[in-house]
Design a protein around this ligand. Structure first.
Ligand SMILES: [Zn+2]
Length: 272
């Protein structure tokens, strides 16, 4: 009988576990600071990092700001400005150290590592488009309990310091799932398709706006099954895995952006 009660209790905890929607607090470069802004009985506060607004979500009766921390942040203090609610003012977040491993890759298509002048012009045009998508702040509150968007083992993790064909390039700003061409990619949470396109480095790409600057992206697709402006539900098909753009083979590159900052997507997944 007692065991039964314990199991029942654990069962309820399990349900609560899935209901807890906050990402993991990881105040390091490439991580997320989850900042308590007081009881949700008060009006919703707003929070900013400089000019960039932050997501503020309600969880278990409290408001929390979600601060995406850029990968190039040095250890020390970051300040956010909070207005409204019971904790208005400047809040200081202590940023710790995280050392990401190095990864060396060989890309057969040399133009993807050393683009020609036409490629560079294209890359600049594409950057202007994707930067605007990543900066966008829509008003609706995001759901942050994400599903892994493809079924497969996690391969290259977020934050790897990358060397392509012996040349240092930008760090790995997403999480790779090792799955073959044609495997389905599903929305990890509700959102609106913000952009689709075929980009020089990222190949066929879908961006989903989950709300308040929480944006996710799916890259190197072989097929895109959604169009911009379309509403998608958690689990809905977005497209299929492929090997378009700068890749060593088929896989899903999944990026998650908060306040215009790529963060570790694993922080949004339930711990195994
Ligand atoms: Zn990747």
């Amino acid at each position: 009988m007692k065991l039964h009660r314990v199991l029942l209790f654990l069962g309820i905890l399990g349900h609560l576990g899935t209901a807890v929607a906050l990402p993991r607090h990881a105040p390091v470069p490439g991580g997320i600071a989850v900042i308590d802004l007081g009881p949700a009985s008060q009006q919703a506060p707003s929070a900013r990092l400089g000019e960039q607004p932050l997501a503020v979500v309600k969880e278990q009766g409290r408001w929390y700001a979600l601060l995406g921390i850029p990968l190039d942040t040095l250890p020390g203090e970051m300040e956010i400005a909070v207005s409204g609610g019971s904790t208005a003012g400047i809040r200081t977040v202590n940023i710790g150290i995280k050392n990401y491993p190095e990864q060396r890759l060989t890309i057969k298509d040399k133009r993807k590592v050393e683009p020609n002048p036409d490629d560079l012009a294209r890359i600049e045009r594409e950057k202007a488009v994707t930067e605007a998508v990543k900066r966008h702040f829509s008003s609706h509150a995001p759901a942050t309990d994400f599903l892994l968007p493809a079924s497969g083992p996690l391969s290259s993790r977020f934050g790897l310091r990358r060397i392509f064909n012996g040349q240092p390039r930008n760090p790995h700003a997403g999480l790779d799932v090792a799955v073959g061409t044609g495997a389905p990619i599903r929305a990890p949470a509700d959102g609106i398709v913000a952009n689709t396109g075929d980009y020089f480095f990222n190949g066929n790409t879908v961006f989903i706006d989950h709300g308040q600057g929480l944006i996710s992206a799916y890259m190197h697709l072989s097929r895109i099954d959604v169009r911009p402006g379309q509403t998608v539900k958690k689990g809905e098909l977005l497209g299929a895995v492929g090997a378009t753009g700068r890749v060593t083979g088929p896989h899903l590159h999944w990026a998650v952006i908060l306040n215009n900052t790529p963060v570790d997507p694993e922080l949004f997944l339930a711990r195994p």
